[in-house]
Design a binder for this molecule. Structure first.
Ligand code: 5RP
Length: 197
């Protein structure tokens, strides 16, 4: 199976899971990235079942609207039963590193409101043991997030206590947020592998 086929399979499994478990007329939180895009496409045939969606980025909003979904501002929404999003890495405790698509700030805000975070990832995303090295920040050239911020990609960090590290980085003056999703981890991981989801 190609990586895209794995992403598609896991996105379809998430759409099926949401359809089976979300109340009729629910508003679904939708993440950002190529796997989230496959999820939007998989959710689209069941659109009448949902009142609409909350998007974690402008790209996601456009794709949802392209499929005819009503996209709500988070401030106008009472409840989000499910938030579905991809991840760059995820470990066995379902702590994630996200932000590859640069939408981490809104993703974290929507995820915080959602009752259940469903992470959709293919098997290449499972975290390997990280080397015990200091981080090397590199400015992501030519990129500004939807919220007008720049991103530093940090490689080589030893993430021993993801929750503590997430909080610690957030306390650095000038940091808006970071891509560690450990304080609000996923509740469920649907993992696409060559043997199935
Ligand atoms: C965007 C993200 C994405 O969910 C993450 O980068 C995974 O992307 P993809 O599904 O394209 O591999 O955090 O900010």
């Amino acid at each position: 199976m190609t990586q895209d086929e794995l992403k598609q399979a896991v996105a379809q499994a998430a759409a099926d899971y949401v359809a089976a478990n979300a109340p009729e007329g629910a508003i679904i939180g939708v993440g950002t990235g190529s796997t989230a895009n496959f999820f939007i496409d998989a959710l689209a045939p069941l659109r009448p079942r949902y009142k609409g969606a909350v998007a974690s980025s402008e790209a996601t909003r456009k794709r949802l609207e392209g499929h005819g979904f009503t996209v709500f501002d988070l401030n106008d929404v009472e409840e989000i039963p499910f938030y579905v999003d991809g991840a760059d890495e995820i470990d066995a405790g379902l702590n994630m590193i996200k932000g590859g698509g640069g939408a981490l700030t809104r993703e974290k805000i929507v995820a915080a409101v959602a009752r259940k975070f469903i992470c959709i990832a293919d098997s290449s995303k499972v975290a390997r043991e990280l080397a015990k090295l200091g981080g090397t920040p590199v400015l992501r050239e030519g990129f500004v997030t939807d919220n007008g911020n720049v991103i530093l990609d940090v490689k080589g960090l030893a993430i021993v206590d993801p929750k503590a590290l997430e909080a610690q980085i957030n306390h650095i003056t000038g940091v808006v947020t970071n891509g560690l999703f450990a304080i609000r981890p996923a509740n469920l991981l649907l993992l696409g592998t060559a043997d199935g989801v």
